[in-house]
Design a protein around this ligand. Structure first.
Ligand code: AMP
Length: 403
């Protein structure tokens, strides 16, 4: 698989799939431009070499959120709202095509001069995008001589612009962009060649979202730490009293199976001993501390407790590879953020002592950003779903299509 460094773009037109699916406020001001900034190195390398760039992306889910009259909300979901900000970041004008396909767009692309950039309209305005339609993909492919994929966040989807379009390019004319290459390299490092001991820390609300990743990691990790709402299903499954804590009743058997499998494989599956419990799901709730098998009726665990924090910190400190996905508690509320913060700080310390740490998945990334620790871990993945699927052991179609 080629990376962008292996291609010389001089005189070439690059069709670059980026992830400009950024959040906006009501006035269409971008509230977080991380994804746009993340694509700049790839765009700049092509321009500096004397290539031109056709950028394509999706934005939101326009076909799932139609207007009342059943038509697409082309104002709300237009990538036009990105143009000015992108232009400021690049320090040059960005042309915009009102449709991602069609004669006018093709002409515009073919008139681009070396060093020029254009952005085409939201690929999801066409139903063919998410269906991975081959004809639609081949039409997109006409916009460039070389296909660059720099959208790791959508690499798990076999959509037209993320995967199928690559079929129209010969192996030497398609490659991973810088962001995508870094994501793949770091994820492979953790999954395929982790320096031991390797500790995976999984949190968040539901076991059901994390079953496949836990099962896959059981063959790779030395320690699997489980925190957050998903931990209580494991305690209930073992006969513990968990009060009103989050539970997935239909996953109790599975929790026992996972504990059993971990034993058989010699993996240290670590559950939090205690919790910060609350009498309601509220920032102003009364709180207490309880062991996770004896949470009183009407109380619920909303963060890992002090004993769990100490136990987790000890394991993290002795790890050489760390993967973190999912918060340890309801970190959005001040009262229940200590566990997530303590784990983040323990990962930062381990990283300073030479461990390789990869943090990924929407909420753990939000957590390291909230605590201003993103710069102090080895790598923060931008791809929530894609990163999860990678660690579930699946082949990502967007990556495979570049081989
Ligand atoms: P996920 O999207 O599955 O990673 O879950 C993230 C969400 O889980 C966050 O919004 C947390 O507030 C929530 N969460 C974490 N721990 C708990 C808990 N003990 N009880 C309820 N929600 C939790």
């Amino acid at each position: 698989m080629q990376t962008i460094d292996q291609i010389n773009f001089s005189g070439k037109r690059a069709l670059v799939r980026v992830d400009f699916n950024v959040p906006f406020d009501k006035s269409f001001i971008i509230t977080d431009d991380t994804r746009i900034k993340a694509a700049l190195p790839t765009i700049k390398k092509i321009l500096e070499e004397g290539g031109s760039v056709v950028l394509m992306s999706h934005l939101g889910r326009p076909l799932k959120k139609l207007k009342e009259d059943g038509t697409i909300d082309k104002e709300k979901f237009s990538l036009q709202h990105v143009v000015e900000h992108l232009s400021n970041l690049l320090g040059q004008p960005v042309q915009f095509a009102n449709d991602c396909i069609g004669a006018a767009t093709l002409v515009m692309a073919h008139h681009l001069l070396p060093g020029e950039v254009m952005l085409i309209e939201n690929t999801r305005f066409h139903k063919e995008e998410e269906k991975g339609d081959a004809v639609f993909a081949a039409t997109l492919a006409k916009l460039g001589d070389i296909y660059v994929n720099d959208a790791f966040g959508t690499a798990h989807r076999a959509h037209a612009s993320t995967t199928i379009v690559a079929n129209s390019f010969a192996a030497e004319n398609k490659c991973l962009g810088y962001l995508m290459a870094a994501e793949v390299k770091n994820a492979q490092k953790v999954l395929n060649t982790p320096t031991k001991p390797f500790t995976a820390i999984l949190g968040g609300a539901k076991v059901s979202d994390k079953i496949l990743i836990i099962e896959n990691l059981l063959s790779i990790a030395d320690n699997i730490i489980i925190g957050g709402g998903m931990a209580y299903t494991f305690f209930k499954a073992q006969g513990g009293k968990i009060g009103n804590s989050l539970v997935e009743e239909d996953k109790l058997e599975l929790a026992i199976e996972l504990i059993q499998k971990a034993k058989e494989k010699g993996v240290n599956l670590v559950l939090p001993i205690d919790s910060i419990i609350a009498d309601k799901f509220d920032e102003n709730a009364n709180t207490d501390i309880a062991n996770n098998d004896e949470i009183p009726d009407n109380w619920m665990g909303l963060d890992i407790g002090p004993k769990a924090i100490e136990a987790f910190k000890t394991i993290i400190a002795s790890s050489k590879t760390i993967l973190w996905n999912g918060p340890m508690g309801v970190f959005e509320m001040e009262k229940f953020q200590q566990g997530t913060k303590a784990v983040a700080l323990a990962i930062v310390d381990a990283t300073a002592n030479g461990a390789f740490s990869l943090v990924g998945g929407g909420d753990s990334v939000a957590a390291v950003n909230k605590f201003e620790l993103a710069e102090k871990v080895s790598f923060v993945s931008t791809g929530g779903g894609a990163m999860l699927e990678f660690f579930e052991g699946k082949t990502l179609p967007g990556v495979a299509a570049l081989s």
